[in-house]
Write a protein that binds this ligand. Structure first.
Ligand code: FAD
Ligand code: MLT
Ligand code: ZN
Length: 471
């Protein structure tokens, strides 16, 4: 292996091949501190050619590669195993924005570009880069595409996959596939781009992407509303979909219990709605025309919702600072959970028509079988995507609670997801966290097809082995 590391150091400036423990340490533990691994080396290439050379060398020596972006993923996909035989290939030095094509309304950017930087560059040219998530200050485009990230704008603009038009990918044999195209139509056989999107670094290494841009809205109105139950929250969503159609750009849900946790850790984020409602909904409308038009529309829909008893209270943000405060309240739930200690995450989607029964029944089952647990349920309700997270009862050590109950709680929740024909991973991916749950969820045929693809594209199993599928 000494020989391998020496050869690695000859492929790029040796200061970008990290082998000392203290240099590697920041790359070895995931954001949630759920997984820690070991690595032979961490390499930081700056060009696709360097990535390709590294992959060829790894293929020659049978050294597995863990691709890594901002390392904010929730499923341990970017964390190596504990063998110490894998290398981490972190893309952060490939961070150039190559082009903003104004006529084509696209942005071409390298995999290590931070999401927020892409949004800011696009905005400076009058465009919206719609992918938006709590980790946008540190996650990277390659990681967003590899996980097919969702976030808060999916309802209107789709997830990372929907925004992607072209890719450049380094294959498991170290070839460079140039699929850098900004085409909205291209039916030339199998869709390789869509194969790599969402593959979590197991089929290829994404080095460059062409993504869609949209005109920047001139007016946005954000409101928090109180709903007494989930059925009213969904009826409210349907009302907004009917009246506001494409102007509806955000519909997020927070339960009372998740906002209580927020307030415990961030007291400045108190819910402005009166009486801590069971469900607080954040709604955002965006418009490209006049300020007045969208505000009037919002007020009209809220009035109708009051009259139909769908909502019991509402606060419309009067300025950008207040609107940002509403969004911060929503985004801080994840941070509050991190402060509280380890919890059991369930990133699930349920058809909206079954969501009411899912929540009602699952809440009852969880509370009956695990008395005192806190159900931190929030998420992108407009997409039917819940973050149905379970925290231990107050005063109980999270580590020992999780060790004892993790398997059975996951089984309970996932059985409910199956009953409702939902998905056990809505937007966070599979990584190593859900590797063993995938077979049952996908079914034998789909799971075998996934393994066939993995074997075909990565016959030596060197790209992120034992993530998503094991072969
Ligand atoms: P990493 O964590 O570094 O990697 C993720 C996976 O992609 C790994 O399997 C890795 O091997 C692979 N990978 C990374 N780069 C490449 C590449 N160039 N080529 C091939 N494979 C690669 N996610 C959502 O979907 N919606 C949310 O609302 C959301 N909110 C979040 C809020 C917070 C506070 C945090 C911490 C995370 C949140 N996430 C959310 C999860 C996470 O931010 C996303 O999954 C994000 O897309 C990961 O990007 P990353 O650059 O950090 O990827
Ligand atoms: C979010 O929507 O804030 C993240 O995806 C959340 C999480 O599961 O913590
Ligand atoms: Zn989310």
């Amino acid at each position: 292996m000494q020989d391998f590391v020496q050869q690695l150091s000859s492929l790029l400036d040796s200061k970008y091949v990290l082998t000392k423990d203290e240099d590697k340490a920041p790359y070895l533990t995931d954001w949630r501190k759920r997984f820690t691994g070991k690595a032979l080396a961490v390499v930081l290439p700056s060009t696709s050619a360097e990535v390709a050379d590294i992959v060829k060398l790894c293929a020659h020596h049978h050294v597995p590669i863990v691709p890594q972006g901002g390392h904010t993923g929730f499923c341990g996909g970017a964390t190596p195993d504990d063998s110490g035989k894998q290398i981490i290939l972190n893309l952060k030095r490939m961070n150039q924005i190559r082009e903003i094509d104004i006529a084509n309304q696209t942005i071409t950017l390298e995999a290590g570009c931070i999401l927020q930087t892409a949004q800011e560059k696009a905005a400076a040219q009058g465009f919206l880069f719609p992918l938006s998530l709590g980790a946008e200050g540190s996650c990277m485009i390659g990681g967003n595409l590899a996980t097919n990230a969702g976030g808060t704008n999916v309802l209107r603009y789709g997830n990372a996959r929907d925004l992607c038009l072209g890719l450049e990918v380094v294959t498991a044999t170290g070839e460079i596939w140039n699929g850098i195209r900004g085409l909205r139509k291209d039916n030339t056989g199998y869709d390789l781009r869509d194969l790599f999107v969402g593959s979590e670094g197991t089929l290829g290494i994404i080095t460059t992407a062409v993504m869609k841009l949209y005109p920047l809205p001139i007016s946005q109105w954000t409101t928090l509303v109180a709903c007494q139950d989930i059925a009213s929250s969904i009826a409210l969503l349907n009302l907004f979909q009917k009246r506001a159609t494409s102007l509806l750009t955000g519909f997020e849900m927070m339960t009372q219990e998740s906002l209580e946790l927020n307030e415990k850790h961030f007291p400045q984020m108190a819910n402005p709605l009166s009486g801590s409602p069971p469900f607080t909904i954040l709604v955002e409308l965006s418009d490209h025309e006049s300020e007045d038009h969208v505000k009037q529309l919002l007020e009209m829909i809220l009035e109708e919702a009051f009259e139909s008893h769908l909502i019991s209270d509402a606060v419309i943000a009067s300025n950008l600072t207040q609107a940002n405060a509403f969004w911060h309240m929503r985004e801080h739930i994840t941070l509050a959970q991190a402060q509280e200690g380890a919890n059991l995450k369930h990133d699930i989607t349920i058809p909206l028509s079954s969501l009411d029964s899912f929540i009602q029944e699952t809440d009852v089952l969880v509370r009956a079988q695990y008395p005192g647990v806190r159900i931190i349920n929030f998420g992108h309700l407009g997409d039917g995507n819940l973050h149905y997270n379970i925290a231990p009862p107050l005063g109980v050590d999270p580590k020992s609670f999780n060790e004892k109950n993790e398997k059975s709680i996951h089984e309970l929740v996932y059985a409910q997801v199956e009953r409702c024909h939902g998905s056990i991973s809505a937007e966070h991916g599979v990584g190593q966290l859900k590797l063993n749950d995938l077979r049952a969820h996908k079914g034998e045929v789909a799971h075998e097809l996934m393994k066939t693809l993995k074997r075909a594209l990565d016959p030596q199993n060197i790209l992120n082995p034992n993530k998503v599928v094991s072969i």
